[in-house]
Design a protein around this ligand. Structure first.
Ligand code: NAD
Ligand code: MG
Length: 389
């Protein structure tokens, strides 16, 4: 290890997912810059074992407790420590053996380990947007109190973050979050009513985990991202706009008070924002394909269709009203997406479940962390009841 450029010790929470596996590609390409200290998964024990044998971390955690014995036996000849269960995920997040957590668990399950890491003073590279949607005020306040940097991995937020480097004293007029529009861009409800899971999972520009793929098809993903931007960059709701840009070359933009706009661009490849977040404040070389503008015929833009993609309108309402509404919406969305992925409800039913749950659960203007947890639980139960899960 060299003192001026120490190796960053990474804890990869959600290592078996789409972000997790791409992060391991980035880390594997730069062994002089990063080491893998912690790997965690929910239930994909097979891939976790394979990753542990390749990267030789200090610790692995498998979320599903019944998978523990299998992982422990497979790693018996190594000195990798094996833990299991929800509590272990949190406990390991609080350990001293790493410098930066890549928070790449999907959904609400990522919140508690991320919060524990922040409280333990660890830098956070944040992919898990749901953490900020559920309790963004408390998460960011805790990060400030612990002097912890929260560096976005989500491509839009990475773009905004990159546009803001060197602009610390310059107030933002607004941010423009770009959206690809997903696989159903231009479609109307009479088409969407019949779409099936396989169809909705086919994203035109990005290959991602199942939950975020469905969120992209409904545009809920962009709604979650508006709320994520609100907390990451301390913006008022009216400062956050969404613009459909089907080519996904401009990853997002910032307009400053003089009307000048900065955009960050590149090919749609999550390895870029992952690498940026891991290596920040440095940029490190790589051999990924480059964006060649002469080969791009058009960069086009249009307004999102809020009447068809009502999830985005619901998220805008949650952003505007604040309190526990985004937490409630997120919980209902997780249940609705779960049910859609199992063919239990139709594509448009997801919106009805979310809307009804948002109307039902009591509004709390300034929730405590405990109240966020309770709102999440209440919303999940209510949404599951509607679907009869
Ligand atoms: P994924 O489903 O591919 O992977 C999720 C990971 O979390 C897996 O390792 C899984 O084992 C683990 N996990 C799931 N449930 C768990 C639980 N209950 N306890 C512990 N671990 C659990 O998801 P993904 O596409 O990699 O997305 C991860 C996060 O990053 C999401 O919040 C998503 O919104 C965000 N994100 C993803 C992309 C992308 O391109 N995939 C882009 C931007 C943001
Ligand atoms: Mg995104």
């Amino acid at each position: 290890m060299n003192q001026t450029n120490p190796v960053k010790r990474i804890a990869l929470f959600g290592s078996t997912g789409s972000i997790g596996t791409q992060a391991l590609e980035v880390i594997g390409a730069h062994p002089d810059k990063f080491s893998v200290e912690v790997l965690t998964c929910g239930g994909n024990d097979e891939l976790l074992i394979e990753q542990a044998l390749k990267f030789n971390p200090n610790i692995v955690v498998v979320g599903e407790e019944q998978k523990y014995t299998r992982v422990k036996e497979a790693l018996a000849s190594t000195d990798v420590k094996v833990f299991c269960g929800e509590k272990a995920l949190e406990d390991v997040a609080g350990m001293d053996c790493y410098d930066l957590m890549l928070a790449a668990i999907v959904g609400y399950a990522g919140l508690k380990p991320t919060l524990r890491a922040i409280k333990s003073g660890k830098a956070i590279a944040l992919a898990n947007k749901e953490t900020l949607v559920v309790a963004g005020d408390i998460i960011m306040q805790t990060a400030v109190e612990n002097r912890v940097p929260v560096i976005p991995v989500d491509s839009e937020h990475s773009a905004i973050f990159q546009c803001l480097v060197g602009e610390m004293r310059n107030p933002i007029d607004k941010v423009i979050l770009t959206a690809s529009g997903g696989p159903f861009l231009g479609r109307k409800p009479n088409y969407l009513v019949n779409v099936k899971r396989e169809h909705a999972l086919q994203h035109p520009n990005w290959t991602m985990g199942a939950k975020i793929s469905i969120d992209s098809a409904t545009l809920m993903n962009k709604g979650l991202e508006m709320i994520e931007a609100r907390w990451l960059f301390n913006l008022a709701p009216h400062q956050i706009e969404v613009l459909v840009h089907p080519q996904s070359i401009i990853h997002s933009m910032v307009q400053f008070q003089d009307g000048s706009i900065k955009a960050q661009m590149g090919l749609p490849d999550m390895k870029l924002p992952i690498q940026y977040a891991l290596a920040f404040p440095k940029r490190v070389p790589n051999d990924y394909p480059r964006c060649e503008f002469k080969k791009i015929k058009n960069l086009t833009f249009e307004e999102p269709d809020l009447r068809t993609f009502r999830n985005l309108a619901l998220a805008m309402e949650a952003l505007e009203k604040g309190g526990n509404l985004a937490c409630v919406m997120n919980a209902a969305n997780e249940i609705a997406v779960y049910a859609f992925l199992r063919n239990r409800i139709g594509f448009l039913d997801m919106t009805d479940v979310i809307e009804k749950t948002m109307q039902k659960v009591n509004f709390i203007e300034k929730p405590t962390l405990e109240e966020y947890f309770e709102s999440d639980g209440e919303a999940r139960n209510y949404a599951a009841d509607i679907i009869k899960l």
